[in-house]
Structures are given as structure tokens and as C-alpha cells.
Design a binder for this molecule. Structure first.
Ligand code: EPZ
Length: 416
């Protein structure tokens, strides 16, 4: 895998093209299992998570063709994934559950192990599938669901993104009407619902707490351009807030990032929404307080990049992580660069310092790795971000090239 060698950089200036959203593409790829016809996904990001899921879908008998600027999936005949290891590799692969159950009336997946940021259970997914009429059986570290799905009213105990996506997909082919209450409202949910509707699904309320799905007998193929990656865009906005530059984030949508944009404005960063994307100007000058929440609250995926911003912002910034139980591991790594961070359970207090110094650090998860690269941009000397586990390339397409293209001194060093 790779490491990233980062050196203290001048203010970043220029334009960064924002890729298609990883967290929109992954459920949409699973949604392709709901039809026998071709599904063409335009401009998929070149990420290991996309290739990992492609392999899993192929293991389910779905044909996956990669063309320039497109991914074409055809699930004319398919089956449950035989090699459960493929499913365990990536949390998002739990999203094959709904489509498999909807089309095959049987699905088996391994219970996902936890990951660095938390236990990541799937109880809400299973509760909803059971409400739709599936019989659930646990054995040998996996779960098997079977049964013809019938519409039902489902109340989610918490607005889980993945559970909402899984149940939304399952309900499109269930007999009758399904209501998902306390549903997640993220932009990726809205995009998935629009994609499914372009296949003939009958969905209303996506983006609100209550989604209603009228089941249909079958879905047809489609061509879809998923939304831009709001987390990549937010990460690059944080890079600008750290170096004090001027960046045009081509394709970024302000309406998907309002909580971050308000926080950066509070910190003294100027943001202009333009037809072509987001202009971000200047560095953070005032401290801020962040409480991660479900959408439209502040996204947990931008907590780590904003902590990198806080490390050099004068004053005391406070973070409360309410979504995942263990998502401050980057604090210890940032402290190796000289940051002053105190962590107590789900609260982190950051005293901004004018001076960070480069050191070897380790990416503990996808967003933590990006935060360490950002911090290296304003640390004297060289910061070597060890990404032996490949976290960063899971979710950021060519991050080193995109930052280097606007003056960031970042290069990817492949290790034996
Ligand atoms: C999605 O994960 C994203 N992943 C995550 O992004 C993101 O951090 C998360 O939503 C929250 O916004 C993808 O879209 C592929 P959840 P997901 O179900 O669906 C608990 C990244 O960096 N929970 O909303 O797994 C769970 O443990 C990744 O791109 C249950 O208890 O998130 C967590 O504490 C990281 N039971 C909270 O809810 C369940 O059945 C939020 O989980 C499901 C979830």
C-alpha cells in the first residue's frame, strides 16, 4: 500500500475537480441488482471501495463492465455471494441484502465485523427486513433472511443511513406500500431514491423523515450520474482553511454542505457559492464548536478534517462526536505533530497552536488519514502519513494529485 509524504505548503490556490460521491455510488451499485437490465453509472470515482464492491457484485453473478467514464452493471442472473469474505471486507456491502432479498427472496451475508470507528451493528437493517416479512436466522457468523416481501410500516430507532438505503431498495419490489419512519435524510438517500425512481420505482418523501414506497413488480435499466462527493468537497474546503488559500471546488454543491459552510464562516473563512462550484477563501481565524449530527447536522465524516483545521486555529475549539463511539483516533496522531488535544469519551478539546512540526503518523480510518494529510500541509518539515491499510484510497480519488495541483506539497510513496 502507500504512504503520503507531505511538506509545509504555501496557501493553496487553484481549482479542484470534485469526484462523484463514494457514499452515493456504493448503494446505487447495489441498487443495480434490482433489475435484469443494464444500469450505467456515469463517472464513478476510481476508489478501492468501488472496485471491492464491483468484485462482490460479480461474485453475486452480476456482470460488471468498466468503460471510460462509466460502470455498467447487468444482474440478469445472480445468486447470493458465495465467498462471504468479500462481504466482510467492506461495511457498505451489507447493502446487497435488500436487493438480494427483493429479487431472490433469500439472502445470506456475514455479520459485519466492527471497524476502527465503532461496532457498526446492523440491527436496524434486520428489524426493517423482518417487518417486511423476512424470516431472519443467525448462524456461523452470518445471517440468512428469506421470504417474499410485503409492504409494512417500519420505524427506525435511529436514522441509520445504511438501514434507510437497504430498506428503500428492498421495498421497491415488495408487494404493497412501505413507510419508513425516522428515515435518514442525507443527500445520498435522495440520490438513491431518484436513481431507483428512474428505474420505475414509486417513491415519495426521500430527504424527509418519512419515505413512502409503492412496490412494483419489476424495475428497468437506467443511466445515472450520482451526485458530487460532499465529503471530499468538505475535506478540500478544510485544506484551504488550514493554508489560507483560495480554492474553487468544481462541482461541489453548497446545499449539501450548509452545516460545514456555516462553521467555516463562523471561523472566518469566506465561502462563495457559484454556478460552477464553491469558492473557498482564507484561513480559519476563530475557534469553533462542532457537534456531529445526522443530516442536516454537521457530518461525522468531516469531524476529523475540521479537527486538523482547529489544530492551528487560535483559541479553544470543541468537538462532540455523537454518531460513532470511537472516532477520535486521529487526535493522538495529530498530537504527534504538536497539536494540543484533550479527549474525554465523545468530547475533544483542541487548543490551537501556531506551530506544528512534521512527523511519521498513521491513518487509522479513511477520514482520519485525510485529516493527517491536511495537517501536514501546515507542519514544519515532512509528515509521513502511513496508509499501509489503504484507508485513504478507499474514499479519496487521487487526493495527492488534487492537492499538488493547487500547490500542496504532497506525494504518494508506494511501499514494498
Ligand atoms: C454511512 O455509514 C456512511 N457510509 C459513513 O461514511 C457515515 O459516517 C455514516 O453513514 C453516517 O453518516 C456509507 O454511506 C458507505 P449509519 P452507515 O447506519 O450507513 C449505528 C465514510 O467515511 N447503527 O447511519 O454505516 C451505527 O453503529 C463512512 O465514508 C446501529 O446501531 O452509518 C452508528 O453509530 C464512515 N444499528 C450510527 O448508527 C444499525 O442497524 C450511524 O450509522 C445501523 C447503524
Amino acid at each position: 500500500m502507500a504512504h503520503y509524504a507531505v511538506r509545509e505548503s504555501p496557501p493553496l490556490r487553484g481549482e479542484i475537480p470534485i469526484s462523484t460521491s463514494k457514499n452515493a455510488v456504493l448503494p446505487i451499485m447495489c441498487g443495480a441488482l434490482l433489475t435484469r437490465e443494464d444500469v450505467r453509472i456515469e463517472n464513478p470515482p476510481n476508489l478501492t471501495d468501488v472496485s471491492t464492491l464491483s468484485s462482490l457484485l460479480e461474485a453475486c453473478g452480476c456482470r460488471v463492465r468498466r468503460e471510460t467514464g462509466a460502470l455498467i452493471l447487468t444482474a440478469s442472473g445472480f445468486k447470493n455471494p458465495q465467498d462471504e469474505e468479500d462481504v466482510r471486507k467492506m461495511r457498505a456491502s451489507v447493502l446487497v441484502l435488500g436487493p438480494l432479498l427483493a429479487r431472490l427472496h433469500e439472502a445470506r451475508i456475514p455479520l459485519p465485523g466492527g471497524c476502527a470507528i465503532g461496532q457498526r451493528p446492523i440491527d436496524q437493517h434486520l428489524k426493517g427486513m423482518s417487518a417486511l416479512g423476512a424470516k431472519v436466522h443467525f448462524d456461523h457468523g452470518g445471517v440468512t433472511l428469506c421470504g417474499r416481501l410485503r409492504g409494512a410500516t417500519i420505524y427506525l430507532d435511529m436514522p441509520s443511513v445504511g438501514a434507510t438505503e437497504n430498506l428503500l431498495m428492498a421495498a421497491t419490489l415488495a408487494e404493497g406500500t412501505t413507510r419508513i419512519e425516522n428515515a435518514a435524510k442525507e443527500p445520498e438517500i435522495v440520490d438513491l431514491a431518484a436513481f431507483l425512481s428512474s428505474m420505475g420505482a414509486r417513491i415519495s418523501g426521500a430527504g424527509t423523515s418519512t419515505i413512502v414506497i409503492e412496490g412494483v413488480s419489476s424495475l428497468h435499466g437506467t443511466t445515472w450520474q450520482p451526485i458530487a462527493d460532499r465529503i471530499e468537497a468538505g475535506t478540500m474546503a478544510c485544506a484551504c482553511a488550514i493554508t489560507g488559500g483560495e480554492l474553487m471546488l468544481r462541482g461541489a454543491r453548497a446545499d449539501h454542505l450548509r452545516s460545514l459552510l456555516f462553521k467555516l464562516s463562523e471561523a472566518g473563512v469566506h465561502i462563495h457559492d457559484t454556478p460552477g462550484g464553491l469558492m473557498v477563501l482564507g484561513r480559519a481565524k476563530q475557534p469553533f464548536e462542532i457537534r456531529t449530527m445526522v443530516y442536516p447536522g454537521f457530518p461525522t465524516d468531516l469531524q476529523a478534517p475540521m479537527m486538523a483545521v482547529a489544530c492551528k486555529t487560535p483559541g479553544t475549539s470543541v468537538f462532540l462526536e455523537t454518531i460513532f463511539e470511537n472516532r477520535f483516533m486521529h487526535a493522538a496522531e495529530l498530537s504527534r505533530l504538536g497539536a494540543h488535544i484533550r479527549v474525554e469519551n465523545r468530547v475533544a478539546v483542541v487548543e490551537g497552536t501556531p506551530y506544528l512540526t512534521g512527523a511519521p503518523v498513521t491513518a487509522t480510518d479513511l477520514r482520519a488519514g485525510a485529516a493527517l494529510i491536511l495537517a501536514g500541509l501546515c507542519a514544519e518539515g515532512e509528515t509521513l502519513v502511513n496508509d499501509a491499510d489503504g484507508h485513504i484510497t478507499r474514499g479519496y480519488e487521487r487526493i495527492e494529485e488534487k492537492l499538488a495541483g493547487v500547490g500542496g506539497l504532497v506525494r504518494r510513496v508506494c511501499m514494498p
